[in-house]
Design a protein around this ligand. Structure first.
Ligand code: TRP
Length: 353
């Protein structure tokens, strides 16, 4: 059986390099392999509202931004159904019934939620919708029969939760035929790429930490950000030996640079290993490495920027595509919703003679 792929992002800001390396790259690969039955990418506005209830405008305005980021990064809306979560109302029904299968303490143990509660200062005033979002996300995943989901490493606990709900549903309602499929998250094997570090070298790259390079940043911005990026605090003089581990400039090179970049931008070296070796030994300055990184990133970002410009001339078409795709996604979700209710015995029409 071919895969059903579903993944998504919250529309709270533009996508950055962390999104690209963490999952977008894999999403594009899966799209181009073409070995799937259905492929959905959800713009998770409902989930974004769980910690942005007062900022509806921000969420609303970012829907088109995220859609443009997808398309300019290489997602083809002809091959992938990009839809808006809140326009698929069936998802709320799944969520309601799943909520009876999960305990509050289970949600409180979710490591991603735990961290997010801290980040947001929600310890003393936790919105129910927020702590509940792993259940709502399980609905997103299970409603479509998702088999695989290319996501960032922080999403693993959400898939564990979704699998637990499948088991719990099966134990509780003992469906005669399979209703829900066990989903699997696909994450980068490289731990660093699962959560690409931010420019500060401390936290992962994230919108809220203000330490990100965005897919839509212009060249001057990219340059400025890279020049300020954290390298090695003990590498003060060019002659000092430098450290690669924890040095974000090298981490970004690991993620983005290819051998051909050396021939084009830094022909004194053949490859990244040689460059690293020189840095470790001493005698290689940060500025030189950073300038190289700017070139490498520009090679990647310039075509994305061009496609973004193109998209900006087709905003209406992109909105119409999102609306139509949401309508189609809704039809797909409805099918499984009926199966679920049948399995639960919520089929009152059977009382009719
Ligand atoms: N939680 C994801 C994020 O923060 C977004 C998301 C919502 C998602 N529903 C999903 C991801 C279903 C994968 C599958 O980016």
């Amino acid at each position: 059986m071919k895969d059903i792929i579903l993944t998504g992002d919250r529309p709270t800001g533009n996508l950055h390099l962390g999104h690209f390396i963490g999952s977008l790259k894999k999403r594009i690969e899966l799209q181009n392999e073409g070995n799937y039955e259905k492929y959905y990418i959800m713009i998770a506005d409902t989930q974004a509202l769980t910690d942005n209830a007062q900022r509806v405008d921000k969420v609303k305005n970012n829907i088109i931004q995220v859609a443009i980021d997808y398309i300019s990064a290489g997602i083809d809306p002809k091959k992938v159904n990009i839809f808006i979560q809140s326009m698929v109302s069936e998802l709320h029904e799944f969520t309601s019934y799943f909520m009876n299968l999960v305990t509050l303490s289970r949600l409180q143990r979710n490591p991603t939620i735990k961290e997010e509660i801290k980040q947001r200062g929600f310890e003393t005033s936790l919105p129910i919708g927020f702590i509940n979002y792993p259940i709502s996300q399980a609905a997103d995943i299970l409603a479509f029969g998702t088999t695989i989901a290319p996501v960032g490493g922080d999403q693993m606990p959400m898939f564990e939760q979704a699998r637990e709900i499948v088991n719990s549903f099966n134990n509780t309602y003992k469906p005669q035929e399979e209703v829900f499929v066990m989903p699997k998250a696909i994450v980068s094997e490289n731990k660093l790429f699962q959560r690409l570090p931010g420019l500060d070298g401390k936290l992962k790259m994230s919108k809220s930490a203000g330490n990100s390079i965005y897919l839509c940043d212009d060249e001057a911005t990219v340059r400025e950000k890279v020049m300020k990026a954290y390298t090695d605090a003990n590498h003060l003089k060019v002659t000092d030996p430098g450290q690669i581990e924890g040095n974000v400039v090298f981490t970004y090179l690991d993620a983005f640079c290819r051998e051909e970049h050396f021939a084009r931008f830094l022909p004194e070296y053949e490859n990244l290993d040689q460059l690293k070796e020189h840095y470790r030994r001493g005698g290689l300055g940060d500025v030189k490495v950073k300038k190289f990184l700017v070139n490498v990133l520009e090679d990647f970002l310039a075509p994305i920027r061009e496609r973004r410009k193109e998209c900006l001339n087709h905003i209406d078409e992109i909105y119409n595509m999102l609306f139509e795709n949401s309508r189609l996604a809704s039809i797909d979700a409805k099918e499984r919703l009926e199966k679920m209710k049948d399995a639960m015995g919520l089929n009152y029409k059977k009382f009719l003679k």
